[in-house]
Ligand binder design. Structure first.
Ligand code: MN
Length: 602
Protein backbone atom coordinates (compact mmCIF):
# COMPACT_ATOMS: atom_id res chain seq x y z
CA UNK A 1 0.00 0.00 0.00
CA UNK A 2 1.41 3.33 -0.89
CA UNK A 3 0.62 6.72 0.48
CA UNK A 4 1.72 9.94 -1.15
CA UNK A 5 3.32 12.35 1.29
CA UNK A 6 2.27 15.93 0.59
CA UNK A 7 4.78 18.76 0.69
CA UNK A 8 4.48 22.40 1.69
CA UNK A 9 7.47 24.51 0.66
CA UNK A 10 8.23 27.38 3.03
CA UNK A 11 10.55 29.26 0.64
CA UNK A 12 8.29 32.30 0.35
CA UNK A 13 7.76 32.70 4.12
CA UNK A 14 9.51 30.74 6.83
CA UNK A 15 12.72 29.92 4.96
CA UNK A 16 13.77 33.55 4.46
CA UNK A 17 12.29 34.50 7.84
CA UNK A 18 14.58 31.97 9.49
CA UNK A 19 17.70 32.79 7.46
CA UNK A 20 17.47 36.38 6.17
CA UNK A 21 15.39 38.26 8.75
CA UNK A 22 12.38 37.99 6.38
CA UNK A 23 13.84 40.34 3.79
CA UNK A 24 13.05 38.61 0.50
CA UNK A 25 11.26 40.97 -1.87
CA UNK A 26 8.36 40.18 -4.16
CA UNK A 27 10.54 40.98 -7.18
CA UNK A 28 12.69 37.96 -6.28
CA UNK A 29 9.68 35.66 -5.90
CA UNK A 30 7.68 36.39 -9.03
CA UNK A 31 10.22 35.30 -11.70
CA UNK A 32 10.25 31.74 -10.34
CA UNK A 33 6.54 31.36 -9.64
CA UNK A 34 5.85 29.71 -12.98
CA UNK A 35 8.22 26.88 -12.05
CA UNK A 36 7.06 26.71 -8.43
CA UNK A 37 3.51 26.34 -9.69
CA UNK A 38 4.45 23.30 -11.79
CA UNK A 39 6.19 21.32 -9.03
CA UNK A 40 3.03 19.82 -7.55
CA UNK A 41 3.35 21.12 -4.02
CA UNK A 42 0.33 20.64 -1.78
CA UNK A 43 0.84 24.31 -0.77
CA UNK A 44 3.32 27.15 -0.73
CA UNK A 45 3.60 29.00 2.53
CA UNK A 46 3.91 32.66 1.60
CA UNK A 47 2.38 34.94 4.20
CA UNK A 48 2.53 35.53 7.94
CA UNK A 49 3.18 38.09 10.64
CA UNK A 50 6.87 38.60 9.98
CA UNK A 51 6.53 38.80 6.18
CA UNK A 52 3.74 41.35 6.56
CA UNK A 53 5.77 43.33 9.10
CA UNK A 54 8.95 43.28 6.97
CA UNK A 55 7.02 44.40 3.87
CA UNK A 56 5.63 47.44 5.65
CA UNK A 57 8.63 48.23 7.85
CA UNK A 58 11.65 47.62 5.62
CA UNK A 59 10.71 46.74 2.06
CA UNK A 60 8.00 49.38 1.67
CA UNK A 61 5.83 46.92 -0.22
CA UNK A 62 2.12 46.54 0.27
CA UNK A 63 1.80 43.01 1.70
CA UNK A 64 -1.72 42.67 0.26
CA UNK A 65 -0.40 43.52 -3.19
CA UNK A 66 2.30 40.87 -2.75
CA UNK A 67 -0.38 38.34 -1.95
CA UNK A 68 -2.45 39.28 -5.01
CA UNK A 69 0.62 39.06 -7.25
CA UNK A 70 1.55 35.63 -5.85
CA UNK A 71 -2.05 34.48 -6.27
CA UNK A 72 -2.01 35.49 -9.93
CA UNK A 73 1.40 33.90 -10.51
CA UNK A 74 0.56 30.62 -8.75
CA UNK A 75 -2.88 29.68 -10.07
CA UNK A 76 -2.50 25.93 -9.48
CA UNK A 77 -0.98 25.82 -6.01
CA UNK A 78 -2.63 26.42 -2.63
CA UNK A 79 -1.29 29.48 -0.86
CA UNK A 80 -0.81 29.10 2.85
CA UNK A 81 -0.39 31.57 5.67
CA UNK A 82 0.54 31.45 9.32
CA UNK A 83 -1.97 33.19 11.57
CA UNK A 84 -1.41 33.92 15.26
CA UNK A 85 -4.97 33.11 16.31
CA UNK A 86 -6.59 36.06 18.05
CA UNK A 87 -3.32 38.01 17.62
CA UNK A 88 -3.67 37.71 13.80
CA UNK A 89 -0.34 39.10 12.54
CA UNK A 90 0.27 41.43 15.45
CA UNK A 91 1.40 41.22 19.04
CA UNK A 92 -1.85 41.82 20.89
CA UNK A 93 -5.28 40.30 20.99
CA UNK A 94 -7.73 41.82 18.54
CA UNK A 95 -11.46 42.06 18.94
CA UNK A 96 -13.49 39.40 17.14
CA UNK A 97 -14.69 41.77 14.41
CA UNK A 98 -11.08 42.50 13.40
CA UNK A 99 -10.27 38.76 13.32
CA UNK A 100 -13.28 38.11 11.05
CA UNK A 101 -12.49 41.05 8.76
CA UNK A 102 -8.85 40.05 8.46
CA UNK A 103 -9.51 36.40 7.66
CA UNK A 104 -12.18 37.33 5.11
CA UNK A 105 -9.81 39.71 3.31
CA UNK A 106 -6.89 37.27 3.41
CA UNK A 107 -9.16 34.65 1.82
CA UNK A 108 -10.45 37.03 -0.86
CA UNK A 109 -6.93 38.13 -1.76
CA UNK A 110 -5.65 34.59 -2.19
CA UNK A 111 -5.00 32.53 0.95
CA UNK A 112 -6.35 28.96 0.79
CA UNK A 113 -4.86 27.41 3.91
CA UNK A 114 -4.71 29.10 7.31
CA UNK A 115 -2.35 27.53 9.82
CA UNK A 116 -3.70 28.94 13.06
CA UNK A 117 -1.78 28.80 16.32
CA UNK A 118 -1.82 30.31 19.75
CA UNK A 119 1.42 30.92 21.58
CA UNK A 120 -0.05 29.53 24.81
CA UNK A 121 -1.83 26.62 23.06
CA UNK A 122 -4.97 28.10 24.61
CA UNK A 123 -7.59 26.89 22.10
CA UNK A 124 -10.03 29.60 23.19
CA UNK A 125 -7.77 31.97 21.26
CA UNK A 126 -8.19 29.92 18.04
CA UNK A 127 -11.97 29.60 17.92
CA UNK A 128 -12.99 32.82 16.16
CA UNK A 129 -10.23 32.52 13.55
CA UNK A 130 -11.21 28.89 12.79
CA UNK A 131 -14.85 29.89 12.41
CA UNK A 132 -13.92 32.78 10.13
CA UNK A 133 -11.79 30.52 7.90
CA UNK A 134 -14.61 28.01 7.60
CA UNK A 135 -17.06 30.83 6.85
CA UNK A 136 -14.78 31.84 3.97
CA UNK A 137 -14.80 28.26 2.67
CA UNK A 138 -11.06 27.77 3.25
CA UNK A 139 -8.85 25.18 4.95
CA UNK A 140 -8.45 25.70 8.69
CA UNK A 141 -5.41 24.02 10.15
CA UNK A 142 -5.27 23.77 13.93
CA UNK A 143 -1.77 23.98 15.33
CA UNK A 144 0.07 22.49 18.24
CA UNK A 145 2.89 24.85 19.17
CA UNK A 146 5.37 22.16 20.17
CA UNK A 147 7.60 22.59 23.15
CA UNK A 148 9.01 20.52 25.96
CA UNK A 149 8.43 21.09 29.67
CA UNK A 150 7.12 19.17 32.65
CA UNK A 151 3.57 20.10 31.61
CA UNK A 152 3.83 19.36 27.87
CA UNK A 153 2.96 15.68 27.62
CA UNK A 154 1.72 13.59 24.66
CA UNK A 155 -1.67 13.36 26.40
CA UNK A 156 -1.88 17.15 26.64
CA UNK A 157 -1.07 17.57 22.93
CA UNK A 158 -3.56 14.87 21.90
CA UNK A 159 -6.25 16.52 24.01
CA UNK A 160 -5.54 19.81 22.27
CA UNK A 161 -5.75 18.18 18.82
CA UNK A 162 -9.12 16.64 19.69
CA UNK A 163 -10.42 20.02 20.80
CA UNK A 164 -9.29 21.56 17.51
CA UNK A 165 -10.93 18.74 15.57
CA UNK A 166 -14.17 19.39 17.44
CA UNK A 167 -13.86 23.09 16.60
CA UNK A 168 -14.02 22.30 12.88
CA UNK A 169 -10.38 22.17 11.80
CA UNK A 170 -9.49 20.38 8.55
CA UNK A 171 -6.03 19.27 9.62
CA UNK A 172 -3.63 19.48 12.52
CA UNK A 173 -0.03 20.70 12.43
CA UNK A 174 2.77 19.99 14.81
CA UNK A 175 4.61 23.29 14.71
CA UNK A 176 8.11 22.70 16.01
CA UNK A 177 9.26 26.28 15.56
CA UNK A 178 12.46 25.88 17.55
CA UNK A 179 13.64 22.47 16.37
CA UNK A 180 12.95 20.72 19.67
CA UNK A 181 11.47 17.54 18.26
CA UNK A 182 13.64 14.46 18.44
CA UNK A 183 12.99 11.51 16.11
CA UNK A 184 11.53 9.05 18.60
CA UNK A 185 9.48 11.69 20.43
CA UNK A 186 8.05 12.69 17.03
CA UNK A 187 7.17 9.10 16.24
CA UNK A 188 5.36 8.67 19.56
CA UNK A 189 3.46 11.95 19.25
CA UNK A 190 2.35 11.29 15.66
CA UNK A 191 1.33 7.73 16.49
CA UNK A 192 -0.85 8.98 19.36
CA UNK A 193 -2.38 11.74 17.21
CA UNK A 194 -3.21 9.33 14.40
CA UNK A 195 -4.73 6.85 16.84
CA UNK A 196 -6.94 9.29 18.72
CA UNK A 197 -8.19 11.79 16.17
CA UNK A 198 -8.93 11.68 12.46
CA UNK A 199 -7.39 14.85 10.96
CA UNK A 200 -4.39 14.65 8.62
CA UNK A 201 -1.15 15.44 10.49
CA UNK A 202 1.37 17.99 9.20
CA UNK A 203 4.96 18.22 10.46
CA UNK A 204 6.64 21.62 10.56
CA UNK A 205 10.04 21.17 12.15
CA UNK A 206 13.06 23.47 12.08
CA UNK A 207 16.41 21.82 11.59
CA UNK A 208 18.11 23.95 14.24
CA UNK A 209 19.44 20.94 16.13
CA UNK A 210 20.14 19.00 12.94
CA UNK A 211 17.31 16.54 13.60
CA UNK A 212 14.41 17.67 11.44
CA UNK A 213 14.84 15.25 8.53
CA UNK A 214 15.05 12.30 10.94
CA UNK A 215 11.97 13.59 12.75
CA UNK A 216 10.07 13.78 9.49
CA UNK A 217 11.03 10.21 8.60
CA UNK A 218 9.81 8.92 11.97
CA UNK A 219 6.66 11.01 11.61
CA UNK A 220 5.98 9.56 8.16
CA UNK A 221 6.60 6.01 9.36
CA UNK A 222 4.07 6.62 12.12
CA UNK A 223 1.37 7.95 9.84
CA UNK A 224 2.04 11.67 9.26
CA UNK A 225 0.55 12.94 6.00
CA UNK A 226 2.37 16.19 5.19
CA UNK A 227 5.84 17.66 5.65
CA UNK A 228 7.10 21.22 5.47
CA UNK A 229 10.37 21.73 3.62
CA UNK A 230 12.47 24.54 2.14
CA UNK A 231 14.13 24.52 -1.26
CA UNK A 232 17.72 23.42 -0.63
CA UNK A 233 19.45 26.79 -1.10
CA UNK A 234 17.27 28.11 1.76
CA UNK A 235 17.19 24.91 3.78
CA UNK A 236 18.72 23.35 6.91
CA UNK A 237 20.05 25.01 10.02
CA UNK A 238 17.39 27.26 11.51
CA UNK A 239 15.29 26.67 8.37
CA UNK A 240 13.66 23.40 7.25
CA UNK A 241 14.83 20.15 5.66
CA UNK A 242 15.69 20.63 1.99
CA UNK A 243 12.82 19.95 -0.37
CA UNK A 244 14.97 18.12 -2.92
CA UNK A 245 16.56 16.04 -0.14
CA UNK A 246 13.23 14.89 1.27
CA UNK A 247 11.79 14.26 -2.17
CA UNK A 248 14.86 12.16 -3.03
CA UNK A 249 14.72 10.36 0.33
CA UNK A 250 11.14 9.24 -0.25
CA UNK A 251 11.43 8.64 -3.99
CA UNK A 252 10.46 5.15 -5.05
CA UNK A 253 9.22 4.25 -1.56
CA UNK A 254 5.64 3.78 -0.47
CA UNK A 255 5.74 7.44 0.63
CA UNK A 256 6.88 8.95 -2.70
CA UNK A 257 5.94 12.66 -2.88
CA UNK A 258 5.51 12.56 -6.66
CA UNK A 259 7.30 15.93 -6.98
CA UNK A 260 9.49 16.73 -9.97
CA UNK A 261 13.06 16.59 -8.70
CA UNK A 262 14.65 18.10 -11.82
CA UNK A 263 12.36 21.11 -11.69
CA UNK A 264 13.06 21.47 -7.97
CA UNK A 265 16.79 21.59 -8.67
CA UNK A 266 16.30 24.43 -11.17
CA UNK A 267 14.34 26.30 -8.51
CA UNK A 268 17.09 25.58 -5.98
CA UNK A 269 19.68 27.17 -8.29
CA UNK A 270 17.50 30.22 -8.80
CA UNK A 271 17.21 30.81 -5.06
CA UNK A 272 20.94 30.17 -4.59
CA UNK A 273 21.51 33.39 -6.54
CA UNK A 274 18.70 35.21 -4.74
CA UNK A 275 20.15 34.40 -1.33
CA UNK A 276 23.41 36.15 -2.23
CA UNK A 277 21.58 39.42 -2.85
CA UNK A 278 20.59 39.48 0.80
CA UNK A 279 24.00 38.64 2.26
CA UNK A 280 23.86 41.60 4.64
CA UNK A 281 20.96 39.95 6.49
CA UNK A 282 22.64 36.58 6.90
CA UNK A 283 23.03 36.03 10.59
CA UNK A 284 25.78 33.95 12.09
CA UNK A 285 23.14 32.03 14.04
CA UNK A 286 21.52 30.18 11.15
CA UNK A 287 23.65 27.04 11.12
CA UNK A 288 22.94 23.90 13.12
CA UNK A 289 23.19 24.71 16.82
CA UNK A 290 22.31 21.94 19.23
CA UNK A 291 21.99 24.42 22.11
CA UNK A 292 18.38 24.83 21.01
CA UNK A 293 17.64 21.59 22.84
CA UNK A 294 18.26 23.63 26.02
CA UNK A 295 17.38 27.25 25.22
CA UNK A 296 14.34 26.52 23.00
CA UNK A 297 14.69 29.71 20.96
CA UNK A 298 13.04 29.42 17.50
CA UNK A 299 15.08 30.00 14.35
CA UNK A 300 13.15 33.04 13.23
CA UNK A 301 13.73 34.58 16.61
CA UNK A 302 17.45 33.78 16.71
CA UNK A 303 17.93 35.40 13.32
CA UNK A 304 15.94 38.50 14.31
CA UNK A 305 17.42 38.68 17.82
CA UNK A 306 20.92 38.53 16.35
CA UNK A 307 20.09 41.32 13.91
CA UNK A 308 18.58 43.47 16.65
CA UNK A 309 21.47 42.84 19.03
CA UNK A 310 23.92 43.66 16.24
CA UNK A 311 22.17 46.96 15.52
CA UNK A 312 22.48 47.76 19.20
CA UNK A 313 26.13 46.77 19.46
CA UNK A 314 25.34 44.06 22.00
CA UNK A 315 25.93 40.89 19.99
CA UNK A 316 28.50 39.75 22.57
CA UNK A 317 25.70 39.27 25.11
CA UNK A 318 23.94 36.66 22.96
CA UNK A 319 25.11 33.64 24.99
CA UNK A 320 24.01 35.20 28.28
CA UNK A 321 20.60 36.03 26.83
CA UNK A 322 20.21 32.50 25.50
CA UNK A 323 21.00 31.15 28.98
CA UNK A 324 18.52 33.47 30.68
CA UNK A 325 15.64 32.66 28.33
CA UNK A 326 14.75 29.24 29.86
CA UNK A 327 14.77 30.77 33.35
CA UNK A 328 12.32 33.49 32.36
CA UNK A 329 10.22 30.89 30.57
CA UNK A 330 9.94 28.79 33.72
CA UNK A 331 8.90 31.89 35.72
CA UNK A 332 6.09 32.39 33.20
CA UNK A 333 4.78 28.82 33.41
CA UNK A 334 6.59 27.31 30.40
CA UNK A 335 4.91 29.01 27.42
CA UNK A 336 6.06 27.66 24.04
CA UNK A 337 8.46 30.18 22.51
CA UNK A 338 6.72 31.51 19.43
CA UNK A 339 5.45 34.97 18.55
CA UNK A 340 4.54 36.81 20.68
CA UNK A 341 5.77 34.80 23.71
CA UNK A 342 9.22 34.40 22.12
CA UNK A 343 9.57 38.19 21.99
CA UNK A 344 8.07 38.61 25.46
CA UNK A 345 10.42 36.06 27.02
CA UNK A 346 13.43 36.99 24.85
CA UNK A 347 13.21 40.70 25.54
CA UNK A 348 12.66 40.21 29.28
CA UNK A 349 15.70 37.91 29.32
CA UNK A 350 17.67 40.59 27.49
CA UNK A 351 16.66 43.20 30.08
CA UNK A 352 17.54 40.82 32.93
CA UNK A 353 21.03 40.32 31.48
CA UNK A 354 21.67 43.92 30.50
CA UNK A 355 20.50 45.42 33.80
CA UNK A 356 22.67 42.98 35.76
CA UNK A 357 19.65 42.30 37.98
CA UNK A 358 16.72 40.04 37.14
CA UNK A 359 13.37 41.82 36.74
CA UNK A 360 14.76 45.23 37.68
CA UNK A 361 12.80 46.34 34.63
CA UNK A 362 9.68 44.37 33.74
CA UNK A 363 8.20 44.96 30.31
CA UNK A 364 4.54 45.90 29.96
CA UNK A 365 4.00 42.70 27.97
CA UNK A 366 5.30 40.53 30.84
CA UNK A 367 2.91 42.37 33.17
CA UNK A 368 0.00 41.74 30.80
CA UNK A 369 1.02 38.09 30.45
CA UNK A 370 1.05 37.65 34.23
CA UNK A 371 -2.43 39.17 34.37
CA UNK A 372 -3.77 36.52 31.99
CA UNK A 373 -3.88 38.94 29.09
CA UNK A 374 -2.56 36.38 26.59
CA UNK A 375 -4.63 33.48 27.87
CA UNK A 376 -3.91 30.66 30.28
CA UNK A 377 -0.26 29.78 30.94
CA UNK A 378 0.48 26.10 30.31
CA UNK A 379 2.04 25.67 33.76
CA UNK A 380 2.18 27.60 37.02
CA UNK A 381 3.64 31.10 36.98
CA UNK A 382 6.07 32.41 39.60
CA UNK A 383 3.68 34.03 42.10
CA UNK A 384 6.36 36.21 43.65
CA UNK A 385 7.20 37.64 40.25
CA UNK A 386 3.49 38.10 39.50
CA UNK A 387 3.01 40.11 42.70
CA UNK A 388 6.12 42.18 41.96
CA UNK A 389 4.91 42.88 38.42
CA UNK A 390 1.23 43.62 38.90
CA UNK A 391 0.83 44.40 42.60
CA UNK A 392 -2.81 44.19 43.57
CA UNK A 393 -4.15 44.43 40.01
CA UNK A 394 -6.67 41.84 38.88
CA UNK A 395 -5.84 38.59 37.07
CA UNK A 396 -8.34 37.55 34.38
CA UNK A 397 -9.33 33.97 33.59
CA UNK A 398 -11.68 34.53 30.63
CA UNK A 399 -10.65 34.48 26.96
CA UNK A 400 -8.78 37.81 26.68
CA UNK A 401 -10.77 38.93 23.61
CA UNK A 402 -14.02 38.56 25.57
CA UNK A 403 -13.06 41.82 27.24
CA UNK A 404 -12.57 43.68 23.93
CA UNK A 405 -15.23 45.79 22.25
CA UNK A 406 -15.54 45.80 18.45
CA UNK A 407 -12.70 47.84 16.95
CA UNK A 408 -13.11 48.05 13.18
CA UNK A 409 -15.20 51.24 13.19
CA UNK A 410 -12.69 53.02 15.38
CA UNK A 411 -9.75 51.78 13.29
CA UNK A 412 -11.45 53.06 10.11
CA UNK A 413 -12.03 56.42 11.74
CA UNK A 414 -8.49 56.62 13.12
CA UNK A 415 -6.76 56.01 9.82
CA UNK A 416 -9.30 58.00 7.82
CA UNK A 417 -8.59 58.90 4.21
CA UNK A 418 -5.09 57.39 4.30
CA UNK A 419 -6.82 54.02 3.91
CA UNK A 420 -7.89 53.43 0.33
CA UNK A 421 -9.36 50.01 1.10
CA UNK A 422 -10.42 47.74 3.93
CA UNK A 423 -7.04 46.02 3.46
CA UNK A 424 -5.30 49.32 4.31
CA UNK A 425 -7.38 49.60 7.49
CA UNK A 426 -6.22 46.09 8.43
CA UNK A 427 -2.58 47.00 7.71
CA UNK A 428 -3.00 49.89 10.14
CA UNK A 429 -4.73 47.56 12.62
CA UNK A 430 -1.87 45.06 12.54
CA UNK A 431 0.93 47.60 12.86
CA UNK A 432 -0.43 50.96 14.07
CA UNK A 433 2.82 52.95 13.95
CA UNK A 434 4.63 51.51 10.94
CA UNK A 435 1.33 50.84 9.19
CA UNK A 436 0.33 54.49 9.44
CA UNK A 437 3.81 55.59 8.39
CA UNK A 438 3.63 53.28 5.37
CA UNK A 439 0.24 54.67 4.31
CA UNK A 440 1.46 58.25 4.79
CA UNK A 441 4.59 57.65 2.73
CA UNK A 442 2.56 55.91 0.06
CA UNK A 443 0.22 58.92 -0.13
CA UNK A 444 3.21 61.28 -0.34
CA UNK A 445 5.00 59.11 -2.91
CA UNK A 446 8.05 58.76 -0.67
CA UNK A 447 8.14 55.02 0.01
CA UNK A 448 11.83 54.10 0.05
CA UNK A 449 12.95 50.49 0.50
CA UNK A 450 16.06 49.89 2.58
CA UNK A 451 19.27 49.75 0.60
CA UNK A 452 20.65 46.38 -0.48
CA UNK A 453 24.43 46.37 -0.41
CA UNK A 454 26.06 45.07 -3.57
CA UNK A 455 27.13 41.45 -3.61
CA UNK A 456 30.83 41.43 -2.63
CA UNK A 457 33.17 40.00 -5.22
CA UNK A 458 35.64 38.02 -3.19
CA UNK A 459 38.87 38.95 -5.00
CA UNK A 460 37.95 42.59 -5.53
CA UNK A 461 36.96 43.28 -1.96
CA UNK A 462 40.12 41.76 -0.54
CA UNK A 463 42.46 43.75 -2.78
CA UNK A 464 40.56 47.04 -2.67
CA UNK A 465 39.92 47.25 1.06
CA UNK A 466 43.06 45.49 2.20
CA UNK A 467 41.23 44.15 5.27
CA UNK A 468 38.17 42.70 3.63
CA UNK A 469 36.45 46.09 3.74
CA UNK A 470 34.63 47.10 0.58
CA UNK A 471 35.62 50.51 -0.72
CA UNK A 472 33.17 50.75 -3.58
CA UNK A 473 29.43 50.77 -3.23
CA UNK A 474 26.50 51.20 -5.52
CA UNK A 475 23.67 52.68 -3.51
CA UNK A 476 20.08 53.40 -4.36
CA UNK A 477 18.51 56.53 -2.88
CA UNK A 478 14.91 57.38 -3.75
CA UNK A 479 15.16 55.31 -6.90
CA UNK A 480 18.39 56.93 -8.11
CA UNK A 481 21.58 54.95 -8.26
CA UNK A 482 24.91 56.40 -7.08
CA UNK A 483 28.36 54.97 -7.18
CA UNK A 484 30.37 55.72 -4.06
CA UNK A 485 34.14 55.15 -3.82
CA UNK A 486 36.11 55.66 -0.65
CA UNK A 487 39.31 57.16 -2.04
CA UNK A 488 41.15 57.91 1.16
CA UNK A 489 41.03 58.19 4.92
CA UNK A 490 42.66 61.09 6.75
CA UNK A 491 44.69 60.93 9.93
CA UNK A 492 42.63 61.17 13.10
CA UNK A 493 43.28 64.70 14.39
CA UNK A 494 41.65 66.56 17.27
CA UNK A 495 39.30 63.65 17.63
CA UNK A 496 38.03 64.17 14.09
CA UNK A 497 38.63 62.03 11.06
CA UNK A 498 38.35 63.01 7.40
CA UNK A 499 37.11 60.58 4.77
CA UNK A 500 37.56 61.31 1.07
CA UNK A 501 34.85 59.91 -1.14
CA UNK A 502 33.74 60.25 -4.68
CA UNK A 503 30.07 60.05 -5.51
CA UNK A 504 29.46 59.40 -9.20
CA UNK A 505 32.98 60.68 -9.83
CA UNK A 506 32.54 63.95 -7.84
CA UNK A 507 35.00 64.21 -4.95
CA UNK A 508 33.50 64.71 -1.49
CA UNK A 509 35.02 65.14 1.94
CA UNK A 510 33.25 63.90 5.04
CA UNK A 511 34.36 64.76 8.59
CA UNK A 512 33.24 62.48 11.38
CA UNK A 513 32.75 64.03 14.83
CA UNK A 514 34.16 62.36 17.93
CA UNK A 515 31.60 60.17 19.62
CA UNK A 516 32.77 60.37 23.23
CA UNK A 517 31.04 63.57 24.32
CA UNK A 518 27.84 62.99 22.45
CA UNK A 519 26.55 59.46 22.18
CA UNK A 520 24.42 58.15 19.41
CA UNK A 521 25.88 60.18 16.58
CA UNK A 522 23.66 61.09 13.65
CA UNK A 523 21.05 63.65 14.52
CA UNK A 524 21.12 62.87 18.23
CA UNK A 525 23.02 65.53 20.16
CA UNK A 526 21.99 64.52 23.64
CA UNK A 527 24.62 64.53 26.38
CA UNK A 528 25.60 61.59 28.52
CA UNK A 529 23.73 61.16 31.78
CA UNK A 530 25.91 61.86 34.80
CA UNK A 531 23.57 62.79 37.68
CA UNK A 532 20.83 60.80 39.46
CA UNK A 533 18.22 63.19 38.09
CA UNK A 534 19.21 62.43 34.50
CA UNK A 535 16.66 60.00 33.10
CA UNK A 536 18.11 57.64 30.48
CA UNK A 537 17.53 54.16 29.10
CA UNK A 538 19.58 51.00 29.25
CA UNK A 539 18.69 49.95 25.71
CA UNK A 540 18.52 51.67 22.34
CA UNK A 541 14.95 52.14 21.26
CA UNK A 542 12.16 54.50 20.31
CA UNK A 543 10.10 56.81 22.48
CA UNK A 544 6.48 55.64 22.53
CA UNK A 545 5.24 58.27 24.95
CA UNK A 546 6.47 61.08 27.21
CA UNK A 547 4.41 60.93 30.39
CA UNK A 548 5.52 64.21 32.01
CA UNK A 549 6.04 67.83 30.99
CA UNK A 550 8.40 70.55 32.11
CA UNK A 551 7.53 71.85 35.53
CA UNK A 552 5.84 68.64 36.68
CA UNK A 553 6.66 67.28 40.11
CA UNK A 554 7.51 63.59 40.08
CA UNK A 555 7.99 60.94 42.70
CA UNK A 556 10.93 58.55 42.80
CA UNK A 557 9.98 55.44 40.83
CA UNK A 558 7.28 57.27 38.85
CA UNK A 559 7.06 56.30 35.19
CA UNK A 560 8.12 59.25 33.04
CA UNK A 561 8.67 57.67 29.61
CA UNK A 562 7.53 54.63 27.64
CA UNK A 563 10.13 53.26 25.26
CA UNK A 564 10.01 50.50 22.70
CA UNK A 565 12.93 48.23 22.00
CA UNK A 566 12.85 44.94 20.15
CA UNK A 567 9.08 45.34 19.72
CA UNK A 568 8.49 45.41 23.50
CA UNK A 569 7.41 48.44 25.51
CA UNK A 570 8.98 49.41 28.82
CA UNK A 571 8.39 52.17 31.32
CA UNK A 572 11.33 54.32 32.33
CA UNK A 573 11.09 55.60 35.87
CA UNK A 574 12.46 58.66 37.61
CA UNK A 575 15.32 57.64 39.91
CA UNK A 576 14.74 60.59 42.27
CA UNK A 577 11.81 62.75 43.38
CA UNK A 578 11.81 66.33 42.17
CA UNK A 579 10.80 68.75 39.46
CA UNK A 580 11.11 68.14 35.72
CA UNK A 581 13.42 70.89 34.47
CA UNK A 582 14.07 69.77 30.89
CA UNK A 583 12.76 67.26 28.36
CA UNK A 584 15.02 66.30 25.45
CA UNK A 585 12.79 63.78 23.72
CA UNK A 586 9.49 63.58 21.93
CA UNK A 587 7.29 60.72 20.86
CA UNK A 588 8.89 58.81 17.99
CA UNK A 589 12.51 59.81 18.74
CA UNK A 590 15.25 57.22 18.49
CA UNK A 591 17.35 57.12 21.67
CA UNK A 592 20.54 55.43 22.79
CA UNK A 593 21.64 54.11 26.17
CA UNK A 594 23.05 56.68 28.54
CA UNK A 595 21.63 59.76 26.84
CA UNK A 596 19.95 62.39 29.00
CA UNK A 597 16.31 62.21 28.00
CA UNK A 598 14.72 64.08 30.89
CA UNK A 599 16.32 66.16 33.64
CA UNK A 600 14.91 66.15 37.15
CA UNK A 601 16.10 68.43 39.95
CA UNK A 602 15.66 67.02 43.41
MN1 MN B 1 8.50 27.91 11.51
Amino acid sequence: MSKQIHVTDTILRDAHQSLLATRMRTEDMLPICDKLDKVGYWSLECWGGATFDACVRFLKEDPWERLRQLRAALPNTRLQMLLRGQNLLGYRHYSDDVVKAFVAKAAVNGIDVFRIFDAMNDVRNLRVAIEAVKAAGKHAQGTIAYTTSPVHTIDAFVAQAKQMEAMGCDSVAIKDMAGLLTPYATGELVKALKAEQSLPVFIHSHDTAGLAAMCQMKAIENGADHIDTAISSFAWGTSHPGTESMVAALKGSEFDTGLNLELLQEIGLYFYAVRKKYHQFESEFTAVDTRVQVNQVPGGMISNLANQLKEQGALNRMSEVLAEIPRVREDLGFPPLVTPTSQIVGTQAFFNVLAGERYKTITNEVKLYLQGGYGKAPGTVNEQLRRQAIGSEEVIDVRPADLLKPEMAKLRADIGALAKSEEDVLTFAMFPDIGRKFLEERAAGTLTPEVLLPIPEAGKVASAGGEGVPTEFVIDVHGETYRVDITGVGVKAEGKRHFYLSIDGMPEEVVFEPLNEFVGGGSSKRKQASAPGHVSTTMPGNIVDVLVKEGDTVKAGQAVLITEAMKMETEVQAAIAGKVTAIHVAKGDRVNPGEILIEIEG
